[in-house]
Design a protein around this ligand. Structure first.
Ligand code: SAM
Length: 284
């Protein structure tokens, strides 16, 4: 296999810095640098872009991003044990890697990034979905990023790209596809990681739409779909009871059947309903 850079193999880096994987930080490391370069390629041509990487760990994906020509990478890592290994990558790529130690849920690295920006991450499941929802729901659009290329458990990836009518369709699908074009671009078996997780993984690429699919306030839509899918087996009129005294009329005025279930409602229907509820000044 061709080498992607002149730095030591990841196994040596992990041994040298004592980076035994910690379950509490959701650490499953990618060890094959040809594979990390392939993942980096899913983010498109990086040569004119700054990349925000969240959770670089020992730096396998970081090295892939740099080898694929990213103009600059800003990498935010919570585990302080990883920082010296990441600084070695920075030293080998002068001016192209900025390492930020801390929790990505608390840090806003926006000031370090120059547009155009692409986001690439292999995060633990719970942090990954929380970050995804944050990236998808800023008040104004377009966001600070052009695309998100993110690793998830395969089952979560399927929920992000799901279409109405099936069990996988829910809040993540509505929020993701409302403002982005989302598709699964790679599948990874457990053996690609050390230690291997129990489930398969997949890379999802989300390209920001210039304009959302339909008009709605991000906060109102987000709260509405959370409520609608919280009781997904119920009819809309029951699941949304309490949002407005005349909820059945509001649902009908959005062009929806009050007896429909959330998983049958397309994104345009949720947007219309969010607007109808805003008009009634209902508090969600
Ligand atoms: N990117 C590396 C790779 O692909 O081999 C590591 C992936 S590992 C699944 C997840 C990484 O995210 C770990 O390095 C972990 O320490 C880091 N991490 C977990 N929670 C984080 C958080 N809240 N903020 C920043 N990094 C976090």
């Amino acid at each position: 296999m061709a080498r992607i850079d002149d730095l030591p193999p990841l196994r040596e880096v992990i041994a040298a810095h004592g980076l035994s994987a910690r379950r509490s930080l959701g650490q499953n490391f990618l060890m094959d640098l040809n594979l990390t370069a392939r993942i980096a390629r899913q983010a498109g041509d990086l040569s004119g872009c700054d990349v925000l990487e969240v959770g670089p760990g020992p730096g396998g994906l970081t090295r892939g991003l740099l080898a694929e020509g990213a103009r600059r990478v800003v990498a935010v890592e919570k585990d302080t044990r990883c920082l010296p290994a990441l600084e070695q990558i920075a030293a080998a790529n002068p001016g192209r890697l900025t390492v930020v130690g801390g929790d990505a849920l608390d840090i806003d690295p926006g000031g370090l990034l120059r547009p155009p920006v692409r986001v690439v991450a292999n995060l633990p499941y719970n942090v990954g979905t929380e970050m995804l929802v944050r990236w998808l729901t800023p008040e104004t659009w377009p966001p600070f990023w052009e695309s998100l290329t993110l690793m998830f458990q395969r089952e979560v990836a399927e929920r992000i790209v799901a279409r109405p009518g099936g069990g996988a369709y829910g809040r993540l699908a509505v929020l993701a596809q409302w403002r982005t074009e989302a598709r699964i671009v790679m599948d990874l078996p457990p053996a690609a990681f050390t230690p291997p997780p129990r489930v398969r993984s997949a890379v999802v690429h989300l390209a920001a739409r210039a304009r959302p699919l339909c008009d709605a306030d991000a906060g109102a839509l987000s709260k509405l779909v959370a409520r609608a899918f919280n009781q997904r087996r119920k009819m809309l009129r029951s699941a949304l009871r309490g949002l407005a005294p005349d909820i059945e009329e509001r649902i009908a005025s959005a062009g929806l059947e009050p007896t429909a279930r959330a998983e049958q409602v397309p994104i345009e229907g949720f947007c219309a309903l969010a607007r109808a509820l805003e008009r009634s000044r209902a508090s969600l």
